[in-house]
Design a protein around this ligand. Sequence first.
Ligand code: F6R
Length: 591
Amino acid sequence: MCSIIGYSGQLTLAAPLLVESLKKMEYRGYDSVGIATLNKGNILVSKGVGKVAEVDQQLHLNELPGEIGIGHTRWATHGGVTDKNAHPHYSCSANIAVVHNGIIENYQELKVELENDGHIFKSQTDSEVIAHLLELNYEKSNFNVRETMTRTFERIRGSFAFVAVFSNGTIAGARYDEPLIIGISSDALFLSSDVLGFLKHTDQAIFLDNGDIVIVENKQYTIFDNQQTIVNRPVTQVAWELGSSEKGKFAHYTIKEIHEQSETMLKPFVTSNNFELFCKYLNDASNIYITGSGTSYNSGLLGKLLLSKFAKKKSEVYMSSEFQYFSDTVEPLSVVIAISQSGETADVLHSVKRAKEKGAKILSIVNIPTSSLARMSDCYISLDCGPEIGVAATKSFLNQLMILYNIVCILSNNNIKFDSKERKKLQAMIQTVLNLDNKIKTLINSLHHDLKDIYILGRSIHYPIALEGSLKIKELAYIHAEGIAAGELKHGPLALIDKESVVIVLNPNDETYQDVVSSTNEIKSRGAFIIGISDLHNDLYDIFIELPKTDSYLYPLIEIIPLQIMSYYLAIQKQLDPDYPRNLAKSVTVK
Ligand code: F6R
């Protein structure tokens, strides 16, 4: 979950371009940053702890001379967050430097071997072994970069993409289970974790296959597959819009993305998405599995409920990190719906691979059409919500739900109303709730500033939203939050409730209403502070957030909005950066 970039070209000097690229990809990891450039045959490295802008300000990264270079933002896996562990890593002779994304599983064994051979390590990272291995193989192969790369690739195990700069002016990269994309313009070549790393300069991209090695020298690139044969990979034109990611009038991407939901929510229905084909696969399936991680898992939970309630279809939903333990029943007529914003989450890709090996069909709901997941799928539907830069998923969640509702509408022969007229009405309601922003901000400011625990109650289709709301509060505001199925309170969690507790109840006036009122009474009598989110006022609520009235099954789409806004203001109240929560990264490409 780091970002890597390599650049060789005549557009500008390397350093300012690398710094710009890293800012665009910082969502992938942001605990430290570094670049290496080649200047007059010497590789210069500058790196430090902090976000790109901070480190650039301290170290003047963008002033490093040279026309060729590599860069990295880190999300620590092996070794603490220190200057030394930041990438790039040098080889001993400093004639090679490397940046890496992923995990080298056999690094300890390689490190011992390399140390016995006289190599001196300066960091605690797994990544540094690549620099020393490259150096060893460079010497062994009489300074042949291709052979060096192949030999190095053969020795390392795990999931990785890495890019190295050599003092002879070559940059080279390789990938296995982590993304690496070539950006091609007439003046420059890029090797990047994400198209965002070069999209300002070119929309022409090659998505390397697993096992590919690429060598960039003399303004040319050559790709070798895992048989060491030169291969041509297709050039894809990527959408420029993917690169448009400014904050506009908003203080943070997170709140901007929350507010643009009333616009982005209809996007999956504008372009021709594969709804009919997707539903055909589901109709033909012997059994349906749904998988995703974090927020995408929460939308899967709601998907399962909607499929069962309205389309009378049985499905199983598993967190992607758990899917492997439940995959014994997957067989060739099974269908797996994989949900992912990035399409690069390692747990999701791993589940999909496993299901594919068993012959299952893969249907995905994904934001990035060029992602590994989309490319592994038999059919995908694109979220089309534009780049989501804030690390917390907001607008992608709503679009996942919009797509799931439409699928259920088709499969159930319109048992739920979700045509374009209904979606427009829904859009207006979402805008109404977004307009509560100021009210919610005031509400949050009125709560005491040292909240330790927040509970969110909901039953049936509201329970996945309670889980999603609590995930948002945890990651944005670092407050312990728990989504609880309201009926489960009496089976244990009620013991936690006291006068200090803040409880949010998701309580639209539907079949769950009375039961949730009973649970709210139980909490109220223990002195908790109650925030009610509903279309119907109740005296039990200390604070009432009013939702517009609509068909009962649509409430999950609306009630998530105040929870997102609350989470944002809870973070602001604590002076946290909601766009980049500590210890997290947008794209979790390690298992
Ligand atoms: C929560 C969040 C994460 C992601 C999860 C899956 O706000 O962003 O829980 O939802 O890491 O990511 P994708 O959807 O890219 O597979």
